[in-house]
Design a protein around this ligand. Structure first.
Ligand code: SF4
Ligand code: SF4
Length: 335
């Protein structure tokens, strides 16, 4: 018999900042409400080209692992620099000043690839769990399987899904990476975390592309994070390009304005998440003309490798009027 307290202590000793447990019964699929929300989101086409979001296993964890009885959700704080400490735009040598414009990179991509950082620890936790008895199974994921990981994290009491659709923790705000271990061991579940957005609408109001179509519903078709990371087309859509505000890899606007991040975010103790200096705020022009070789060196061991060199060039060019006709005009309001 494995003690739930021991599992949590082990997770914390490995370096996770938060851990919580969800129970799974072998009757009806759990998290029905979240599965239904996901289905509604898909039915409205909010997933854009992210076909993997339609994987039916995402709505039924028993299809991922029929023998699963517990989901151990973990979170790691990745907050490093305060935003005002970032390198700022500087006047350039060109008449327009474009030479001095800095690209904005979402802070999830500043340091070492979070998959590597979390996977190492999840593997350690899974191995330890399997060593606790005969027949114990454990499988881990970090953004790598058809799992509704934010919903499981909320169910396990780690935090709540905010109106911007990210998980918010009381201790670290939303600057957390999530992972989970699925196991056939029945552990004592935690209570789900209540939602604490209240009447706040800051993220909805701040989104430059009105991508938060309604509270808790982000339309990827309008989201800068989607277009800069996942959209594989040759061009950023004309309705999005004028509103990029120099974001080339993700977008943190809705998280930066969140009062929970303003008040409670704290600096991480994980050295791997410290920013690679070249990833913090590189000159836009450099990225607009990035060679394959430069890309390879600049984004080594980085989660930003998901953004191929041609995509990175496309993203940077979309913010430079001389490189892209869309942004040469004044930004028009979105329909
Ligand atoms: S990531 Fe940016 S574009 Fe997407 S919802 Fe948040 S503020 Fe809007
Ligand atoms: S900005 Fe306000 S509404 Fe949006 S996630 Fe944060 S607390 Fe919730």
């Amino acid at each position: 018999m494995i003690n739930t307290h021991d599992v949590k202590q082990k997770a914390l000793s490995i370096g996770f900042h938060k851990v919580g447990i969800s129970g799974v019964s072998n009757g009806t699929p759990p998290l029905q409400t979240s599965a239904q929300r996901l289905q509604n989101w898909l039915d409205q086409g909010n997933h854009a080209d992210m076909a993997w979001m339609k994987d039916p296993r995402r709505q039924d964890i028993l299809q991922v692992m029929p023998e699963v009885r517990s989901v151990i959700s973990v979170a790691m704080n990745y907050n490093t620099l305060p935003h005002h400490a970032l390198p700022q735009d500087s006047p350039g040598s060109s008449a327009s000043g474009l030479q001095g414009q800095r690209a904005k990179i979402s802070r999830y991509g500043w340091g070492r690839d979070y998959h590597k950082v979390l996977q190492k620890r999840l593997k350690a936790l899974s191995t330890w769990l399997q060593e606790q008895g005969e027949g114990i199974e454990a499988r881990y994921y970090v953004d790598t399987g058809p799992i509704q990981e934010k919903a499981w994290a909320q169910n396990a009491g780690l935090g709540w899904i905010g109106k911007h659709s990210n998980l918010i923790t009381r201790e670290y705000g939303s600057w957390v990476f999530l992972g989970e271990v699925l196991t056939n061991v029945a552990l004592t579940p935690d209570a789900p975390h209540p939602e604490h957005c209240g009447t706040c609408t800051r993220c909805i109001d701040a989104c430059p592309t009105q991508a938060i179509a309604q509270p808790f519903v982000v339309d990827a078709n309008r989201c800068i994070a989607y277009h800069t990371i996942e959209n594989r087309s040759a061009e950023i859509p004309t309705v999005i390009a004028p509103h990029l505000q120099n974001w080339v890899a993700g977008c943190d606007i809705c998280q930066e304005v969140c009062p929970w991040n303003e008040r409670f975010a704290q600096e991480t103790d994980i050295a791997d998440f410290q920013p690679y200096p070249q990833n913090l705020a590189p000159p836009l022009v450099e990225l607009a003309h990035l060679s394959e070789q430069d890309w390879d060196q600049r984004f080594r061991a980085s989660a930003l490798r998901r953004i191929r060199p041609d995509m990175m060039r496309r993203n940077a060019q979309a913010s430079l009027p001389n490189e892209n006709p869309y942004t040469a005009h004044e930004a028009s309001p979105l329909e």
